[in-house]
Write a protein that binds this ligand. Structure first.
Ligand SMILES: Cc1cc2nc3c(=O)[nH]c(=O)nc-3n(C[C@H](O)[C@H](O)[C@H](O)COP(=O)(O)O)c2cc1C
Length: 164
């Protein structure tokens, strides 16, 4: 099964999860870059507002060719209980028809399920099928330990062997 991991990460936590995941399951991966500066306290607030309103943003890459991939992982940090704008933007650019999708969200403490549910709605509207999902609390975990936690989740959900 050919698999790809698509993810956005502002402070590298979702990136750590995504990279560990891709390595463990032998998948390709693409990091989505938000071209809007999201760093600093003021931008934290405007970013949360963008996420709540589901405002689109400019991202890189500018297009996604998922031809040949059977399984697509999509990972986002949770922003105000929503997916990050870069992920909302990316989902609307992808042809997900008949793709199996596994969603994951990282969060400080809460709202990850909500972000997953919103992604799920959007993916299903685009003809994709969400087959599994997981959330990961990053608030109390050191960046270095996120890899271990990701491996534990993979094991627990048996994602390494069956994916779906
Ligand atoms: C704008 C913004 C809004 C956030 N909103 C939430 C939230 O609603 N719930 C939560 O638990 N964490 C929230 N967080 C924390 C992130 O979801 C969490 O730290 C995440 O793991 C960061 O992932 P990253 O390092 O890949 O960017 C928010 C962070 C930002 C920047």
């Amino acid at each position: 099964m050919k698999t790809i991991v698509l993810y956005y990460s502002r402070t590298r936590k979702t990136a750590k999860v995504a990279k560990t995941l891709a390595e463990e399951i032998g998948a390709d991966s693409i990091e989505i870059i938000d071209l809007k500066d999201r760093m600093g306290a003021i931008r934290y607030l405007t970013s949360a507002i963008d996420a709540l309103r589901e405002n689109k943003t400019k991202i890189k890459p500018e297009e996604f060719d998922l031809t040949g991939y059977d399984l697509v992982y999509i990972g986002t940090p949770t922003w105000g209980g929503k997916p990050a704008p870069a992920i909302i933007t990316m989902i609307d650019m992808c042809n997900l028809k008949d793709k199996s999708v596994i969603l994951f969200s990282t969060m400080g403490n809460s709202g990850g399920e909500n972000a997953i549910n919103r992604m799920k709605e959007k993916i299903e509207a685009r003809g994709g099928r969400t087959v599994n999902s997981f959330t990961l609390k990053t608030g109390k975990i050191e960046l270095d330990n996120l890899g271990t936690e990701t491996k534990r989740i993979l094991e627990e959900m048996d994602l390494k062997n069956k994916g779906i």
